[in-house]
Design a protein around this ligand. Structure first.
Ligand code: MSP
Length: 518
């Protein structure tokens, strides 16, 4: 039996509404999950929310709410954005759920029994916003090395997890499994980090200082450190220790999608936690870059938020997905600007894809009453038709290389070629002479086939648009799966009726966008 591909996103902090950075991780993860299902594999996508910790406790207090009421109010913002963005997750886990808390307690108890956890007094510096402890040496000019904010001096009794015991093992593992951390630049970054001696990880917080966390199973005075709690979601959601059959049908995860800022937690802490539990490691951790504005990471604390909902309302869901997937290569940072967003929309979506559909469907209507002419055997040799069949291999290869941008480039190259084909063959001239009727039929049949193949490979990336095109072509491709053999033959039956429908990407009105390039 083939294993179900198990894909995860990070659990998002619910201290503020989701922004473009959060949407980015989920659009990438959704595209891959859709892609695997599209190629006939079983896949499960998990997302969710990270609901404990100081940040959340503090905001809830400011709003005069108890933390649970506050997080309950925030979670719907995430769920409704995922709906708006067509994120097809299969499970949504909240770290305040019992199914999660139970497993966190089990993991801690097991690790304690194994001798991988010990109690000690912690003396050092603490960064509240990052919820991280730092040694004197790690501070940069006396500030938190991650966020450059002030740190506090602390001395308290806590529980520690023996990271250091597994350091050599982890280094050897990363060398032996080059696919474990992608892209390569991030693998090198982690190997560089591992050259320094690892400190054991402080995995508890005194309840007196932080009340809002999962109870530490063997101490009434402590709660669990929020990162230690959150990472466990990847196994608690699939019933670790409780549903052995379900668990083994999914674990190890195939892909953890994360941003580059949370790579250390996913490629140092998490693998060591799994190793200590004698569990296999996720196959790959794929780290993407940041969206920036005016040179700084888009983030709530910097106040340079890009609101996904507004962009979707203005430009449509697929324009948003397209921009995120096409503007930067996965792994690199991207500067967000609405000017750039509008440019992409106009050139690629409105002028290329939208126009291609409109021209093809209008000419079919005008010259053949919307009925697909028979594709002649000679026409299947046409380079446009052949290139549209070739998209299967190109898209599969690009996705294997973690490169949805490349996949979209290949698809849009065929879109461009199809538009050129119209210019070169001038169907409106052929239509003037009855002697060219057959030629006209072949031009439109090849064109319609190219559009149909393009629409099918676009399904994982732009599900809304691809689904619409496929329906207008009289097909029901959304949710269907395909293989290489499907890309060796025509998709459209002779005589089926095509529906032109509304313009897919309406021309944008002139306007002054609010944001400018960095
Ligand atoms: N709660 C932790 C993750 C725990 S996973 C067990 C967390 N949450 S977060 O809400 O701060 O970030 C979640 C994801 O959003 C990360 O992958 C992060 O990289 C991504 N982004 C947040 N801001 C971003 C940008 N400006 N650009 C791209 N992605 C960034 O970390």
């Amino acid at each position: 039996m083939t294993k179900t591909k198990y894909l995860t996103t990070p659990l998002y902090y619910v201290n503020a509404k989701p922004h473009i950075g959060h949407a980015y991780t989920n659009v990438i993860a959704d595209t891959f999950a859709r892609f695997y299902k599209f190629t006939g594999e079983k896949a499960l996508l998990l997302t969710g929310t990270d609901e404990h910790g100081t940040k959340i406790e503090k905001i809830a207090r400011e709003k005069n709410l108890n933390p649970k009421d506050f997080v309950d109010q925030m979670v719907p913002h995430f769920k409704s954005l995922w709906k708006l963005l067509d994120i097809c997750y299969d499970d949504f886990i909240r770290t305040t759920e019992d199914r999660h808390k139970r497993i966190v307690a089990k993991v801690l108890t097991d690790l304690e029994t194994k001798g991988d956890i010990y109690k000690a007094t912690y003396e050092g510096w603490y960064c509240t916003p990052c919820e991280s402890f730092w040694t004197e040496l790690q501070l940069e000019e006396g500030k938190c090395p991650d966020c450059s904010r002030d740190v506090q001096r602390l001395s308290e009794d806590n529980y520690f997890f023996r990271l250091s015991k597994y350091q050599e093992w982890l280094i050897a593992y990363i060398h032996a499994h080059p696919e474990f951390i992608c892209p390569e630049i991030r693998r090198n970054e982690i190997l560089g980090f591992l050259k320094e001696q690892l400190e054991d990880l402080c995995i508890s917080r005194p309840r007196a200082r932080l009340g809002w966390g999962i109870d530490y199973p063997t101490s009434n005075e402590h709660v669990v450190y929020v990162w230690f709690d959150a990472l466990i979601n990847y196994i608690s959601a699939i019933g670790y220790g409780e549903k052995p059959e379900y668990f083994t049908s999914l674990w190890p995860a195939d892909i953890h999608f994360v941003g580059k800022d949370i790579l250390r937690q996913h490629t140092v802490y998490w693998p060591i936690m799994l190793r200590a539990l004698d569990l296999p490691l996720p196959k790959t951790v794929v780290a993407h870059g940041w969206w920036t504005m005016q040179g700084a990471k888009v983030s709530k604390s910097l106040g340079n938020i890009v609101e996904p909902t507004e962009l979707v309302q203005k430009y449509g869901v697929d324009a948003f997905r397209y921009f995120l997937l096409k503007e930067v290569t996965l792994g690199y940072d991207g500067a967000f600007s609405e000017i750039l967003f509008r440019e992409r929309y106009t050139t690629d979506l409105a002028n290329d894809l939208g126009n291609l559909w409109f021209r093809m469907a209008s000419m079919m209507d005008k010259y053949f009453q919307g009925e697909m002419p028979a594709l002649a055997s000679a026409s299947v040799l046409h380079p446009l038709y052949q290139n549209s069949l070739g998209l299967w291999d190109l898209v599969c290869e690009a996705m294997k290389q973690w490169d949805p941008r490349q996949a979209l480039s290949a698809i849009f190259a065929v879109v461009k070629q199809a538009n050129q084909f119209v210019e070169e063959n001038k169907p409106w001239v052929l239509a003037k002479s009855p002697a060219s009727r057959d030629e006209l039929a072949q031009v439109l049949a090849v064109l319609a086939e190219a559009v149909a193949h393009v629409a099918v490979v676009l399904l994982p990336f732009l599900p809304d648009t691809a689904g619409k095109i496929s329906e207008r072509l009289g097909r029901q491709d959304a949710g269907a799966s395909f293989d290489k053999a499907s890309f060796t033959k025509p998709f459209l039956q002779t005589g089926i009726k095509l529906t032109r429908g509304e313009i897919l990407f309406p021309k944008l009105e002139e306007e002054k966008p609010q944001s400018s390039p960095a």
